[in-house]
Design a protein around this ligand. Structure first.
Ligand code: URP
Length: 368
C-alpha cells in the first residue's frame, strides 16, 4: 500500500484493535476523550454530495462560578488542488475559491465561528520547483487582493472569522511573503501574520521565494477569542508557539502544507492532501533522481487542547472539514493546574539564551 492510499491512523487502529485495547491506545495517544458533535443533517448531506469528509468533536471544560463558559466552534479545512498545476492561473485560483466556498457554506451550517484554510491555499505548493514563473503570479495583496475580497464576503455572509493563508505580494516594497490574512467576522481585514520560520529542507526550500516574516508574534482579538497563526514549519520551533502564547493567544492555528516522507511522524505530537505534479523535473537536493512530484500531502487536520488531549484527525487522503467545539475557559483552568507559566523561569532562560547566541559563547560543560 502506498502512502497516498493509507486512509488514517485512527481508522487503522479502529479496524484492527479489540475495543479494550483501542480505548487504552486512544487514551495514551490522544488523552481525555473528546465528545462527538452532533452536526446538522443538512451539513452532513451537503458534505457527502460535495465529496468531502465532515467530522465534529468537542472538548469539555469545567463549569466555573464566576466566569460564564466561552464556547466557540472552530473549523479547519483541508483540500487538494482542483485543477492541474499547469492550468491557467486565474482558473486555478477561481476553482480553489469555489471549492473552499462550498466547504465554508457547510461550516456555517455547523455553527463555525472561526475558520482556517491551509497554507497558501489558492495554489499548488510549487516552491519545490525553485522556479519563479508562473508561481509568483499567484501572489496577491493581503489587504486588497481578490482572495481577500472573496474571504471578506464569506466572513460577512456567515458571521465568521476567516484565516486565509496566501502567497502575499506587497506592492510598496515589491516583496513576496507567506502570509495568513485574518479577517474579522465583520468583514474587516484585522491584520496579517507572516510565516516566521522559513524551511530550507529538501523540497521545502522556500527561501527562494520569500524571507522570514517580519510581523512578530501578533495576536488578533476577535469576537470569539484571541487568535494567532503559526504557519507550517514554525510548528517545529517551540519558542514560536511560546511567544504567541506570551502575547495572550487563546487559540493558535497552524495552517500547513507538507508531505508524509518528511514530517508525518512529527505531526501528531507537534500540535497538525493530495499529491501535486509539476511540469518541470526538480531534485530534492538529496542525491536522488529528479522527479515531477512532491510526495503525498497527508491531510490529517486535528485540534489539540491545553490539557494535552487531541481529537482524531481527518483523513490523510480526502478533502475535509473538521468542526471542533471548545470552551476557552479550559486555557486558564489548565494553566492554574499545571502552573507552567509560573514555573517556567523565563528570565533565567532569556539570560542564558542571550549568551548562547553570541559568537563567543562557552557551553557550560564540566570536564574532568
Ligand atoms: N510548508 C512548510 O513549511 N513545510 C515544511 C515541512 C514541514 O514542516 O513538514
Amino acid at each position: 500500500m502506498s502512502a497516498c492510499e493509507f486512509e488514517s491512523l485512527e481508522e487503522c487502529l479502529r479496524s484492527h484493535l479489540p475495543a479494550a485495547e483501542l480505548s487504552e491506545v486512544s487514551r495514551i495517544l490522544y488523552g481525555r476523550e473528546t465528545t462527538k458533535l452532533e452536526l446538522p443533517a443538512c451539513a452532513v448531506d451537503a458534505a457527502s454530495e460535495r465529496d468531502f469528509e465532515l467530522k465534529g468533536y468537542g472538548f469539555e471544560a469545567a463549569l466555573e462560578q464566576l466566569r460564564p463558559a466561552r464556547r466557540i466552534r472552530v473549523g479547519l479545512i483541508q483540500h487538494r488542488i482542483v485543477l492541474p498545476t499547469d492550468a491557467p492561473i486565474l482558473d486555478q485560483i477561481n476553482a480553489m475559491h469555489s471549492r473552499v466556498g462550498e466547504m465554508v457554506e457547510v461550516a456555517a451550517m455547523c455553527g463555525v465561528n472561526i475558520i482556517c484554510f491551509q497554507e497558501t491555499w489558492t495554489m499548488p505548493f510549487a516552491f519545490c520547483t525553485r522556479e519563479k514563473e508562473p508561481w509568483t503570479e499567484f501572489a496577491e495583496s493581503a489587504e486588497e487582493g481578490n482572495t481577500t475580497r472573496f474571504c471578506q464576503e464569506l466572513a460577512k455572509k456567515y458571521n465568521m472569522v476567516v484565516i486565509s493563508p496566501i502567497l502575499e505580494r506587497e506592492e510598496l516594497h515589491n516583496t513576496i511573503w507567506n502570509t495568513a490574512v485574518v479577517i474579522s467576522n465583520s468583514g474587516t481585514v484585522l491584520g496579517k501574520s507572516r510565516k516566521h520560520h522559513i524551511p530550507r529542507i529538501g523540497d521545502f526550500n522556500e527561501s527562494t521565494y520569500y524571507m522570514e516574516g517580519d510581523t512578530g508574534h501578533t495576536v488578533f482579538q476577535t469576537q470569539f477569542g484571541k487568535i494567532a497563526v503559526n504557519i507550517c514549519y514554525g510548528r517545529h520551533h517551540p519558542l514560536n508557539w511560546f511567544m504567541y502564547s506570551m502575547n495572550g493567544a487563546e487559540i493558535i492555528f497552524n495552517p500547513s502544507a507538507t508531505v508524509g516522507a518528511l514530517s508525518e511522524p512529527m505531526w501528531p505530537i507537534e500540535a497538525t492532501l493530495s499529491s501535486e505534479s509539476f511540469k518541470s523535473e526538480f531534485t530534492s537536493g538529496d542525491g536522488k533522481k529528479a522527479h515531477h512530484d512532491f510526495g503525498h500531502f497527508y491531510g490529517s487536520s486535528y485540534v489539540a487542547a491545553p490539557d494535552g488531549s487531541r481529537c482524531p484527525g481527518l483523513s490523510r487522503t480526502r478533502d475535509g472539514l473538521l468542526v471542533v467545539e471548545m470552551d476557552l475557559n479550559l486555557n486558564r483552568q489548565i494553566s492554574d493546574k499545571w502552573s507552567f507559566k509560573m514555573t517556567g523561569r523565563y528570565a533565567e532562560y532569556a539570560e542564558e539564551l542571550t549568551k548562547a547566541v553570541r559568537h563567543d559563547f562557552k557551553p557550560n560543560i564540566v570536564k574532568e
